[in-house]
Design a protein around this ligand. Structure first.
Ligand SMILES: [Mn+2]
Length: 449
């Protein structure tokens, strides 16, 4: 089946940067933009050129450095903004001017203090100006989801006539619901003359936790561009999270038959780079790229995952770029390295317990070259039920992949083969019933960064 292509418009460097604590300098923005290029986004909104000299320089530098993606710059609906944006963008291989103007009565009355008629004219005139500078023009009616739909369609029709090539429908305040937003996009497609010649886009905020759901609802209704950010950063509760939208489509192509140009294995590196640059950590339970996104704490879950990852996983850590754990523990590894690795995996042992684990570890290391995390975890489970688990928060920045899925890179690679110690590993030395005893009560777990 032919699948529709969704253009991914990343606004991490613009809307994302507007979130508290997330401002970036030119050098940092350029670094992140290069990673966004590796992620494969179609459009990078590089900044708001009139906002500051730093923003201007960043947009200019990104436009000069990245020749594949479209580079967008934001402008209010007035000539100084639009001209400044164009100055920053004109060196881009594919420049786009993104003009916005609020259209809801509450914004018109209290913020802009203009009438609907003035709004309509200002929107049309500013898009006309932008179009005289740049063929690729996006228009956003700010606060679209709280705008009278009739008036919204009038404005959209006017800007299409003036030359807009993308119509972005922002849920600026994170107010809409999936069914409602879906219907809004449908009604725009029905009512706006000339709509078939332009791309409809969605820009959703997460104030009610629905940004991704609303974005997917818009796509289902015919939107073919989605605006989003890495880690879901952005104003207030943030924007729709790029990684969540992309992986929702990848994991459920039956319900979301769309393609993007995103290289999913670059998602985790992008998330890490953004956190590193801004110093803003990702919440541990964040979908797709959070430290616990691939963790299996409950013993019964872990047991299932070890037997077949599909029991509790709908995608592999590797598919989103969570690195494989390369535990290089061999027979030459010392007790200290072993103890450290155990700690990284969440276990602290008394000296005598560690001695016992070390003894078994050496036996195993004699038989296999590299003792990997899943070997070690199994060994720990079988050796010691009294291990004291330490909370993952004590382990900072340890990149441990979901060990059970090590070496498996695609869903189709999953097999039902349990990961096991070598056949000749001397399990007869283990206390009888040790597996049975700890099967249900074990507290061991793995986590995926
Ligand atoms: Mn926004």
């Amino acid at each position: 089946m032919e699948r529709a292509r969704i253009r991914v418009f990343d606004t991490t460097l613009r809307d994302g940067e507007q979130s508290p604590g997330c401002s970036m300098n030119v050098h940092e923005k350029l670094r992140l933009a290069r990673q966004l290029d590796r992620v494969g986004v179609d459009i990078i909104e590089a900044g708001f050129p009139i906002a500051s000299d730093g923003d201007f320089e960043a947009v200019q530098a990104i436009a000069a450095a990245l020749r594949r993606p479209t580079i967008a710059g934001l402008a209010r609906a007035c000539s100084p903004d639009i001209e400044r944006a164009w100055q920053a963008l004109k060196g881009a291989a594919f420049p786009r001017i993104h003009v916005f103007l609020a259209t809801s009565d509450i914004h018109l009355k209290y913020k802009l203090r203009i009438s609907r008629q003035q709004c309509l004219e200002q929107a049309r005139d500013s898009v006309r100006l932008a179009k005289s500078l740049c063929t690729d023009v996006e228009f956003s009616p700010e606060d679209a989801t709280r705008t009278d739909p009739e008036f919204l369609c009038q404005v959209l029709e006017a800007v299409v006539e003036a030359g807009a090539t993308t119509l972005n429908i922002p849920d600026t305040v994170g107010y809409t619901m999936p069914a409602e937003f879906n219907e809004l996009i449908h009604s725009i497609r029905r009512r706006v003359r000339g709509i078939e010649g332009v791309t409809i886009s969605a820009h959703c905020h997460n104030d009610l936790g629905l940004a991704v759901a609303n974005s997917l609802a818009a796509i289902a209704a015919g939107a073919r561009q989605v605006e989003c950010t890495i880690n879901g950063i952005g104003e207030r509760a943030g924007n729709a999270s790029l990684e969540e939208i992309v992986m929702a489509m990848r994991v459920r192509p039956d319900l979301h038959p769309y393609d993007t140009g995103v290289v999913s294995s670059q998602l985790f590196p992008a998330s890490q780079l953004l956190s590193e640059i801004t110093g803003v950590p990702v919440q541990p339970n964040k979908a797709i790229i959070g430290r616990n996104a691939f963790a299996h704490e409950a013993g019964i879950h872990q047991d299932g995952v070890l037997k077949n990852p599909l029991t509790y996983e709908i995608m592999t850590p590797q598919s989103v770029g969570v690195p494989d754990s390369k535990l290089v523990l061999g027979k030459h590894s010392g007790r200290h390295a072993l103890s450290l690795r155990c700690e990284q995996l969440g276990y602290q042992f008394e000296r005598r317990e560690l001695d016992e684990i070390y003894r078994r570890f050496v036996l195993l290391a004699d038989q296999i070259k590299n003792v990997q995390d899943h070997h070690l975890l199994q060994l720990i489970r079988e050796s010691c039920g009294r291990s004291q688990r330490i909370p993952p928060a004590h382990v900072e920045e340890v990149t441990i992949a979901m060990a059970a899925a090590a070496g498996q890179s695609r869903i189709s690679d999953y097999s039902s083969k349990p990961i096991a110690l070598p056949n000749d590993f001397p399990t007869h030395e283990l206390p009888r019933n040790s597996m049975a005893e700890h099967h249900c009560e074990q507290e061991d777990y793995l986590w995926g960064v």
